[in-house]
Design a protein around this ligand. Structure first.
Ligand code: C2E
Ligand code: MG
Ligand code: MG
Ligand code: MG
Length: 277
């Protein structure tokens, strides 16, 4: 009986492996097509300055508009794009589109805010990333202070020497860099002080699960940021209690569903107008 069961388990396992592979291959082909057809869309989530109570930034978050499957969230295609190298082309499109759109909002007379763009590891290691971004800024006409790049700890902590060079390139350009999902990776405090960063982004894990330990961690990250002359933003602010807590702890900025979900372009206009009136 046991033998029989093992055999069955193996059959199931084998089948799911093959199907998983096929599914992946299929998705990869689709991703190629989507890139060619420009089937991607940026959503934007407002970032709020707590003290001023005003919008100071928009994080650009990529969506895939699939003909049959509808809107596919980034965690379902970014990892594959990263593995296949397609992320470099996709990422270039994201930066370009985010800058173009932000410049357009500015030209429409909306208050000037930063647009934040997430970089992937492979993208960050591209030799020509800094010059590419300089070219994008020149072409879209967006001033560099209105672009911010988000990198994660793991990206920053490997290949440190090279990373510092790239970060210095951004600094020279006048583009700010934020460390995303802070607290979930492996940061060396030594590099944190050496890297030309402008902001730490506290991962929403610590905001949404406020255990005694996590509260202590949030307080420490806010202190650390301010000691290093960095701004600090918290993600995943979903209700008034979250906001009160962060305000009490002197956090500079917040982002989360309490203020707004990531919005398609047409609804960002509405968000700006609501805030203006
Ligand atoms: P992230 O950069 O940490 O972005 C924040 C994520 O948290 C977004 O998910 C956002 O919708 C979600 N979020 C914001 N506020 C709340 C909240 O109050 N509660 C909860 N539960 N969630 C909240 P999204 O858009 O699904 O993106 C997931 C991740 O995919 C991003 O995490 C980022 O790492 C990656 N990503 C998105 N767009 C891009 C892109 O253009 N390039 C790269 N390389 N990565 C991207
Ligand atoms: Mg981010
Ligand atoms: Mg984040
Ligand atoms: Mg996150």
């Amino acid at each position: 009986l046991t033998k029989e069961r093992n055999k069955n388990d193996y059959q199931v396992f084998k089948k799911s492996l093959t199907e998983g592979f096929k599914e992946r291959l299929h998705l990869e082909t689709e991703l190629h097509k989507a890139l060619k057809n420009k089937d991607f869309e940026l959503y934007f989530q407002p970032q709020i300055d707590i003290k001023q109570d005003e919008i100071i930034g928009l994080e650009a978050l990529c969506r895939w508009n699939h003909i049959d499957k509808g809107i596919i969230p980034p965690n379902q295609f970014i990892p594959l794009a990263e593995q296949t190298g397609l992320i470099v082309e996709l990422g270039d499109w994201v930066i370009r589109e985010a800058c173009r759109q932000n410049k357009m909002w500015q030209d429409m007379g909306f208050p000037k805010v930063k647009v934040s763009v997430n970089l992937s590891a492979k993208q960050f290691l591209q030799r020509d990333l800094v010059s590419n971004i300089a070219e994008i800024l020149a072409n879209t006409g967006l001033e560099s202070e209105y672009l911010e790049l988000e990198i994660t700890e793991s990206m920053a902590m490997t290949n440190e020497k090279y990373i510092i060079e790239t970060l210095k390139g951004f600094q020279t350009l006048g583009v700010n860099v934020a460390l995303d999902d802070f607290g979930t990776g492996y940061s060396s405090l030594k590099y944190l002080s050496q890297f030309p960063l402008s902001k730490l982004k506290i991962d929403r894990l610590f905001i949404q699960n406020r255990t005694e330990q996590n509260i202590a961690i949030v307080k420490t990250i806010i202190h650390l940021s301010h000691s290093l002359n960095l701004k600090v933003i918290a993600e995943g602010v979903e209700n008034e209690e979250d906001l009160m807590f962060l305000n009490n702890e002197n956090c500079d900025e917040v982002q989360g569903f309490y203020f707004s979900k990531p919005l398609p372009v047409s609804e960002v206009n509405g968000f700006f107008n609501k805030k203006l009136s």
